[in-house]
Design a protein around this ligand. Structure first.
Ligand code: TXA
Ligand code: MG
Length: 337
């Protein structure tokens, strides 16, 4: 199958291109769609056969449920049973935005979307193109990140093609994702919200609105036996092994040690300490946590086996989205020293 690249340009062209993507989705095809977090691999959430194509294209284990994307709060509520009162407050504050609510499903979507669970993850993406697309299809769209399972999530249409060219009907190119990390996933089935995956919306942000918040054990203990099924798999891995350095003062020492073993060394760093760093390839992620988050996955993807043997990454400040950045790097890392 040839994968069509649908580029959103100009006003009239835009409407037509979004309609083309909508038509493919309605027909049961799989289309990669832009969101503010990362690109998603979308299919009609009511169509079991279409959803099955997502799992096949990604090589995703079918016990890992998908997030369902909707255009409005009303559509979201139509897909769930009654829920705690704090949920509406969270939605009014943070949606559309980089947050997913796990709620008791009303069963109006295909069962493979939720991997047989009684709950469903729902999100209203903050992306004008995809919101228009959702309205045009008038369907809930199931969409995991549009990468091959285990790879870093795609933040550009080009990343999607790197992984899935020939395996999906089309990619709707809406430019680079501005957040760059997947949404915060919050279990809202209990009286107190529980964060299952860290993202740009922080535990403190949620606490301010809901009054209380808890972190799932897979976050606090960093174990791989989580409530959110997806967190047990190896994630975000670049093509070459990655070492995360906890003490940034030792960055050059560790680079040199790897170099002396005959390894070509790549480095992921912020601008702060770059001037003094010497290595075979250096990628500067940026000044603040938001810039680091936006560039992280592109950087992980740009280290290639034929250019470097190992990547050494510094620790970034765990403020704001920085906590989620470090969570992803820890999961991508082969070694933390
Ligand atoms: O930002 C995002 O969330 C992106 C964009 C495309 O929306 N999507 C995304 O999907 O990251 P995915 O499939 O790569 O990650 C979804 C995560 C997984 O860890 C999955 O296990 C969890 O959400 N999840 C989905 N439904 C769930 C449910 N009912 N209960 C618990 N966890 C759930
Ligand atoms: Mg993913």
């Amino acid at each position: 199958m040839g994968t069509k690249l649908l580029i959103v340009e100009g006003k009239s062209g835009k409407k037509q291109v979004i309609q083309e993507a909508a038509d493919l989705l309605v027909k049961g095809e799989v289309v990669a769609i832009p969101t503010e977090t990362v690109y998603g691999l979308g299919a009609n959430a009511r169509d079991e056969a279409a959803v099955d194509k997502i799992f096949k294209a990604k090589g995703r284990p079918n016990d890992n449920p998908l997030i369902v994307h909707v255009a409005s709060k009303e559509q979201l509520f139509s897909l769930v049973k009654s829920c705690p009162t704090y949920v509406e407050k969270l939605i009014d504050t943070f949606s559309p935005g980089p947050i997913t609510y796990v709620l008791e499903s009303s069963g109006k979507i295909a069962s493979n979307v939720t991997a047989g669970l009684s709950t469903v993850g729902l999100r209203i993406p903050k992306n004008e193109i995809t919101l228009t697309l959702l309205e045009q299809t008038n369907l809930p769209i199931a969409a995991p990140s549009a990468n091959l399972s285990g790879k870093p999530s795609p933040t550009t249409a080009q990343h999607v093609l790197e992984d899935l060219d020939g395996k999906i009907a089309a990619v709707l190119d809406g430019g680079p994702a501005n957040v760059g990390l997947e949404s915060t996933v919050v279990d809202c089935t209990q009286e107190i919200p529980v964060i299952l995956r860290l993202g740009k919306i922080t535990p403190d942000d949620i606490k301010q609105v809901a009054g209380e918040v808890k972190l799932a054990t897979n976050i606090t203990e960093n174990t791989r036996t989580p409530k959110s099924p997806g967190m047990k798999y190896k994630h975000y891995a670049p093509d070459v092994p990655l070492i995360l350095v906890q003490d940034n003062n030792k960055l050059q020492e560790i680079i040199d040690e790897e170099g002396s073993k005959g390894n070509r060394v790549g480095v992921l760093t912020s601008t702060g300490i770059t001037n003094e760093i010497k290595a075979d390839q250096i990628i500067i992620l940026g000044r603040d946590e938001e810039e680091i988050a936006a560039k992280l996955y592109d950087a992980l993807r740009s280290f290639k086996q034929n250019e470097v043997d190992i990547v050494v990454c510094e620790s970034f400040p765990r403020e704001g989205v920085g906590k989620a950045v470090m969570d992803r790097i820890e999961r991508a890392a082969n070694k933390i020293i």
